[in-house]
Structure formats: C-alpha cells, structure tokens
Design a protein around this ligand. Sequence first.
Ligand SMILES: [Mg+2]
Length: 396
Amino acid sequence: MRIADLPGRPIIRLDTNQGIHGLGEVRDGSHKMFALMLKRLVVGENPCDVDNIFRKIKQFGGHARQGGGVSGVEMALWDLAGKAYNVPVYQMLGGKFRDRIRIYADTPQSADPKVFGERLKRRVEQGFTFLKMDVSIDLVRKVPGALTYPEGQSFAYNDPTVHMFTGIEVSDKGIELMADYVARVREVVGWQVPIGTDHFGHISVNSIIRLGHALSKYNLAWMEDCIPWMYTQQLKEITHAINVNTLTGEDIYLKEPFEVLCREHAVDMIQPDLASAGGILETHKIGDMAEEYGVPMVLHMAGSPIACMASVHCAAATKNFLVLENHSVDDPNWADIVDGIEKPVINKGYIALPQGPGLGITLNEEALKQRIRDGGYFQPTPEWDIKQRIDDRHWS
Ligand SMILES: [Mg+2]
C-alpha cells in the first residue's frame, strides 16, 4: 500500500505481485493514516476477494472522516478486481441502470440574491439539471431583530456545539428575509431546475421547522443536515412537520444507521458519501435498502476524480440513485490527474459511465506529481508493516 499525498485527498495505490494495481482515495478532509493502518490486514490477501477483506477492515473505520481509510481501500480493491478480470466495477455490482450520471454542482455564495441567482443560471446554461445552494442564518446575521442568541455564542460552521445546544433562534423577520432570498434566486433562475439547500446554521428544531414552512413554497429539492444525523427522533419531527424533503447522510459510516433513518422515516432522502460510508459495495447496499423503504439516494462527493469515479460506478448500478455531487466544477484542472476517460469528465451536467476495467481510469502521473506535497509520491511504507500479532476479534 502506497500513498500519493494529494492535499486533502490522499490517493491510495495497492500493488500486486501480478503487476497490476488498484486506485482508491481517502475521504476529503481525512488523513492517509486511516488507510495505512489497514495495510497489515490487506497485504498477502487476494484483492479480488473484496468483501472478505472489507469485513476484516471495517471495524477500523468510523463516522465521517474516520470512514475514509476503509472506504478508500475498498475502492482500490474493486479497481484491482476489475482490472484483474477486465470488467468495469459497475458490471461486478450487477450491471447498470443508466449510461450517464446526473451531477449537481455547488456554487460560490453571494449575499446578493440576484448575483447568486445569475451564477446558478450560468450552471443551467452549462447543462446542469440539478443545483444546490446554502440558505444560512449568516445572510441575516447583521440585520437587527433577525436572530436571538446568547451573547458570545459562536456562529462558526466548525463550532462543535450541536444545533439544539446553541440557543440560536430565528425570528419571524429573519425567516422572512431568508425566504425572500430564495424567492429572488428563483426569480432569476426559474422554477424548473431542482435546487437542494444546505448549511442553515446551528439553529433549534423549532426554528428549522418554521424556516421549512417558509421555504416550502419555493419547491426546493431538499433541506440538508437540518440537525446532526444521529438525532433520529428530532429529525423525524422535522420531517413530519414540514413539506420540504429532508436529507442527511454525508457523515454516516456503514448501512445500519441509514436503515434506522429509513425505517423510522426520519428523513425523506439519504445522501451517503461513498468515501465515508464504507466504499462501493456498502453504498450500493445502502441504496438497495433505502429503495425498499421508498427513499431515494443522493450521493455526496467532494473528492478527486478517483472517489468521483467510484461514486459514478455505484450510481450507475443502484436503482434509486438520484443525483451525484461535485465540488470542483470551477476547477479546470480537477480531472488532470486521470486519463483513459472522456474529457471533459463533467460534460453538460453529466458524467459518462466509463467502460474500461475497474474504475475505468488510469493515472496521469505527471499531473499528479505536480499536485502532491514534497516526497509524498507513492513512497514505500515499511513503517506500516506491523509484524506483531494483534487479536482483532470482538468476541471470545
Ligand atoms: Mg452537506
């Protein structure tokens, strides 16, 4: 196991004694050590036995970025297995439901709804058929009377205080202004294109319900991560109270928590990030499980073309898939690190399903080398050859 330390998105390469290799990616914002600590469990195994290896390593993953190592190694195993048998990954998952994958793009915010609306309109002109925007309390923070909060409470996105514990409430005036922002955006971009919404701020269950009521008339695709995903009962309360689809999942590891959300109908839609959720097969299973509960699956994705292609294969092979995120549509060099697929990779709002073996991509080594940190290009990793026997079993 070797790593190319692409900033924020470490690329995993699993080499075999057959001269082929597989590529994976540790989730954005995670760390290469989450993959490297799995090396002792992967070396010496047959990489084509993907599920067998996954079951050995899955106990060393966790929610959000802690799932990045297990999920990234799993991607690389599928890429290897596909290259070994000369078939694309989607084919090994049972075949495809679609030949191209619908992409939704994030768009840089502006405090001016007209400016932001024009940016969204440009996305539609570029061919995007699904959009997302933030509707944050930051829009009204400086307006007197819009928010009520304890003096000194942080509004930072990274503040560790959970929504219900901040004491931040939105007034009727604040809600009216936030809804008016969305109305003005709709005026510019029109009513046809679906728009998901995210990043409302760390506000209470009742404030989000009141905001949801005000936003429902703009026919939004969804309201995302209204409160943290693990508060099932409160999410359920929000979902049942408002007439906008609720959605969560980008931080969830493995299928079981998704099943709780679907069974309880705590959200209307799920959105796993394949690079956190446990990789390609686990995300496919999550989709199939949700389908039985009548819940569609959106895919979250903020990675390089490697995590993106893993998501594309999974999306192609999963019936209830709706749309896949891409965070990099404004970066003209985003796809330079891979070859072997149609360029531009995102073409008029879609990605064509690659037909090559495995993930269907090869590395452009020169482009990748230009982007990585000093000395971080697929160096040997003998320090992770742990010889000491460790008893991994959870039972006796
Ligand atoms: Mg989000």
